[in-house]
Design a protein around this ligand. Structure first.
Ligand code: ADP
Ligand code: MG
Length: 254
């Protein structure tokens, strides 16, 4: 019966974290239930990317209080790869380049890592699925033999990110968008990808500075972060209100 008490969600409770001795997240509370798409908005420097890195387990950040529960289990003591295997997919604002590792091999290794010991991914089925997903994303097949993010344009990085998401089908995804540098086509790729994967099996947090992306991904909930805390939460109309009134309006709520 215990599992009835556990929520299928990422639950962030009173999270305090920072870098060196500087606190950036200051008592943050946020729940992303499976089956919902939430948007996280906030002015530059409010700590949005820090939150995604702390959830991922980035070694530069120190957690000084609170917890991050994944389906009821605190993951803060786990290594980044364990968190990923438990089902948290991360797309960073500045994704790293992995010279020498092709996209096809990278995604294959990520899928293989989730299989039980001794199980082998079927190569033929893998490539069939990969090409299906690439066709859906209108990606050229030559793309698979390029090294991950090596010399990619902003739009190519986003396509690669959504391809990974589509192939891995994680229960939870956190997408930190540099929409400042994204043209409308790249925004559409992200939005179409998220919308296609939306459903009861996915909980997603879409981090964005601008309201623009949310014209394409209509979120179930919108949260506004200022100064390392969630200062306001609401429905999709909150994004429009922010667009009209600016972040000063919510900052005043602090
Ligand atoms: P956002 O993504 O909302 O723009 P960030 O999480 O990137 O905000 O940054 C929050 C604050 O933490 C900023 O003041 C930023 O300068 C600081 N910060 C983030 N990462 C680092 C870092 N690696 N070293 C020093 N300060 C950092
Ligand atoms: Mg950021």
């Amino acid at each position: 019966m215990l599992h009835f008490l556990r929520m299928s969600a990422i639950e962030i409770r009173n999270l305090h974290a920072g870098i060196a001795d500087r606190e950036i997240l200051r008592g943050l509370n946020l729940t992303i239930p499976k089956g919902e798409v939430h948007a996280l908005m906030g002015p530059n420097g409010s700590g949005k990317s820090t939150l995604s890195k702390v959830i991922a387990g980035h070694p530069d950040y120190t957690v000084s209080g609170g917890e991050v529960l994944l389906d009821g289990e605190n993951i803060l003591g786990l290594e980044p790869d364990e968190r990923a295997r438990k089902g948290i997919f991360m797309a960073f604002q500045q994704p790293g380049e992995i010279p020498g590792v092709t996209i096809a091999n990278f995604i294959r290794a990520a899928l293989q890592a989730r299989l039980p010991d001794g199980a082998e991914l079927d190569a033929v089925e893998y490539y069939q699925r990969l090409y299906q997903e690439m066709d859906a994303l209108k990606m050229d097949r030559a793309f698979t033999s390029r090294a991950v993010n090596d010399g990619f344009s902003g739009g190519e990085k986003k396509r690669d990110e959504i391809l990974q998401l589509a192939m891995l089908r994680p229960p939870y995804a956190i997408l930190d968008e540099t929409d400042s540098g994204l043209d409308i086509d790249a925004l559409r790729v992200v939005a179409d990808g998220v919308n296609r994967l939306r459903g009861p099996e996915l909980g997603a947090l879409v981090i964005t500075h601008h309201q623009r992306l949310l014209n394409y991904i209509v979120p179930d909930r919108v949260h506004v972060m200022v100064g390392g805390q969630i200062v306001r939460s609401g429905g999709k109309e909150l994004a429009l209100e922010l667009e009209a009134r600016g972040y000063d309006w919510v900052s005043g709520a602090l």
